[in-house]
Design a protein around this ligand. Structure first.
Ligand code: TYD
Length: 136
């Protein structure tokens, strides 16, 4: 579970190791600190492409590289940090109000995202200058 709801952090999920194949899982309010209202996934990303490039006003997310690898770059308005995701039993918790983008997708990578709100375009901040101003 996260130790601070306002701070991005890597969370290790349970692993049930088995000679027949391994299993991991996550439960809302247990391994991640929110109720899941939506899941979506990003796949078939062409080499060199980036996704994201926005912040959310309210939505919180938990991002897992279910397959392959990619980097998530987070910007809280003061500092920028890069997180490499490459294992299906680690995820990155991203609270609201963080500018983020995803890059460096490996071939056949699969990004799975659990989100705390339904999709609402008006929850997005897509203007970086507006984001920065809001933070200052
Ligand atoms: P968006 O979140 O803007 O992706 P990115 O920031 O990587 O470009 O989503 C791309 C499009 O998909 C956008 O038109 C909205 C739509 N979309 C939904 O309809 N539902 C969803 O849950 C998500 C995440 C996106």
């Amino acid at each position: 579970m996260v130790d601070n709801f306002n701070t991005p952090q890597i969370i290790k999920l349970p692993q049930i190791l088995d000679e027949r194949g391994n299993l991991s899982f996550l439960e809302e309010y247990n391994h991640i600190p929110f109720k899941i209202e939506r899941v979506y996934w990003i796949y078939d990303v062409p080499g060199g492409e980036e996704r994201g490039g926005h912040a959310y006003k309210e939505n919180r997310e938990f991002i897992i590289a279910l397959s392959g690898s990619f980097d998530v770059i987070l910007d809280n308005g003061k500092e920028i940090k890069s997180y490499s995701l490459n294992r299906s039993y680690y995820g990155l918790y991203v609270p609201e109000g963080i500018w983020r983008h995803m890059e460096n997708f490996s071939t056949n990578s699969l990004a799975f995202i659990a989100a705390s709100t339904a999709y609402q375009e008006d929850d997005y901040i897509r203007d970086y200058e507006a984001f920065k101003q809001n933070k200052s």
